[in-house]
Ligand binder design. Structure first.
Ligand code: NI
Length: 149
């Protein structure tokens, strides 16, 4: 396992769409383990694979002391609305408020290819949306709430 370099917002890789994972082999699991190492080394709450420069649809997150690994995540349901502050390991010290759904249901596969589904609310919903956005080349700084004048 290894800590990988986290690429920053100027890198055009972060603007590309990541590809679906089709092969669930040891190489994939090693990559996911590296993503965990990299996330923890940077004190992150979540990390998407493109942030380590690899365009695969994989995210890892630790929210409320629960760990989640999502391969090929698809958000299938969104409810409500919640505005709160976000940051990103690829955006330096930038923080800002982003509107997200209050509750999100996501389907995905685990590291062995088994189907899973997760419903999260508030912070977990926010984290899921933020990380899935990364897989589509979207950063939270694209979605910042306008400051009220
Ligand atoms: Ni991020």
């Amino acid at each position: 396992m290894a800590v990988r370099n986290v690429i920053q917002k100027e890198d055009e890789l972060l603007r590309m769409r990541s590809k679906e994972v089709k092969v669930f082999d040891k190489k994939l699991r090693d990559l996911i383990d590296d993503m965990w190492d990299t996330m923890y080394a940077n004190n992150g709450m979540g990390l998407a694979c493109p942030q380590v420069g690899i365009l695969k649809r994989i995210v890892v997150m630790e929210v409320n002391n629960m760990k989640f690994e999502l391969v090929n995540p698809v958000i299938i349901k969104e409810e409500g609305c919640d505005i709160d502050e976000e940051g990103c390991l690829s955006c330096g010290k930038i923080k800002g408020k982003v509107k997200r759904p209050m509750v999100v249901t996501v389907t995905a596969q685990d590291r062995y290819g088994y189907n899973i589904a997760i419903t999260g609310e508030k912070l977990l919903a926010r984290c899921i949306c933020h990380e899935v956005d990364h897989l589509n080349g979207v950063l939270f700084i694209d979605k910042l709430e306008k400051k009220e004048s």
